[in-house]
Design a protein around this ligand. Structure first.
Ligand SMILES: Nc1ncnc2c1ncn2[C@@H]1O[C@H](COP(=O)(O)OP(=O)(O)OP(=O)(O)O)[C@@H](O)[C@H]1O
Ligand SMILES: [Mg+2]
Length: 276
């Protein structure tokens, strides 16, 4: 199933409104669960049968780093906790879920965590490819800039023709901020949320340029006419202009980049042909 950009924006706004909202909502019909195990946070999102978000729970946690699970038990505990919150909100049991992994890494990294959390894995695909499958894209690259990694998927002719992942992301921007101000990484993450006050775009620019170099390498020789940005790092105001300048391609940035990848993962369950 693919949706238009406008539909994606609507669903992202719904997901943002539901984010970490505990209040109950009634859910009828089949539900679709997605689990995004990131290097910076874990997100569980639940969609109704039309693909609209009903529940979304996020916990900041470093359970994966550079394609390696650093805390397997902790990750499974977080997934169980977030699924329990979604179950309480919706008044249902959620027995299965779709999940994702960085391109070029072993998908069992994620599927083992879900199984440990007691979930049956019903669909799995790499992160940028999930987004590429959800949006109606052609000759485009999805670039997912998360906490620890940047993943690219190129879509052409309705197929994902390329995907790859490199360890560079928001974490490196956090380290640059921490170094510049002589503060802890955690304090730097806070300042990142006040970009104008702390001149974050200028501090982030070298990392963003390195990420653009990575993307240039990824899309070399590929049929790419535009770039779709996703991932929490793309919340940084001004990032689209940096990408447009560095890559010389039109850039599309959703209103809620932190939630697009989780939405796309949950949407895998809507697509009967996606089995990884
Ligand atoms: N408002 C914001 N402004 C700037 N950066 C932000 C904002 N919100 C979140 N981030 C950054 O987004 C990153 C997390 O994004 P995301 O949730 O997409 O990563 P992840 O999926 O956990 O990581 P990965 O995909 O690398 O495994 C963190 O580095 C965080 O600092
Ligand atoms: Mg991610």
């Amino acid at each position: 199933m693919t949706i238009t950009w406008e539909e994606a924006e609507q669903r992202l706004a719904q997901a943002a409104a539901a984010l970490n909202a505990a209040g109950t909502v009634s859910a009828t019909g089949p539900l679709h669960v997605g689990v995004d195990l990131g290097t910076a946070d874990v997100v569980v999102m639940v969609l109704n049968e039309r693909g609209e978000p009903l529940a979304a729970f996020l916990e900041w946690a470093e359970v994966v780093r550079d394609g390696v699970v650093v805390d397997f038990i902790g990750a499974a505990d977080i997934v169980r906790r977030l699924v329990a919150k979604a179950e309480a909100r919706l008044g249902v049991t959620l027995p299965n879920a779709a999940t994702s992994f960085p391109p070029g890494t072993d998908q069992r990294l994620s599927t083992n965590i879900l199984e440990r959390a007691g979930l049956e894995v019903i669909a799995v695909a790499d992160e940028p490819s999930c987004v590429a499958q959800l949006l109606h894209l052609d000759k485009a690259a999805v670039v997912d800039i998360g906490g620890g990694t940047t993943g690219t998927a190129v879509v052409a002719g309705g197929e994902v023709v390329f995907s790859d992942d490199e360890p560079s992301g928001g974490r490196h921007i956090g380290l640059a901020i921490a170094g510049h101000y002589g503060i802890s990484f955690e304090a730097a993450e806070q300042r990142k949320r006040e970009p104008e006050r702390y001149g974050i775009l200028d501090l982030a620019r070298p990392t963003l340029q390195r990420i653009c170099d990575i993307v240039t390498g990824h899309i070399q020789g590929q049929p790419v006419e535009r770039i779709v940005l996703t991932g929490g790092t793309c919340c940084l105001p001004g990032i689209a202009a940096v990408f447009a300048e560095e890559l010389g391609l039109p850039i599309e940035l959703p209103g809620e980049p932190l939630l697009l990848t989780p939405l796309a993962i949950a949407s895998l369950g809507l697509n009967p042909t996606s089995d990884g």
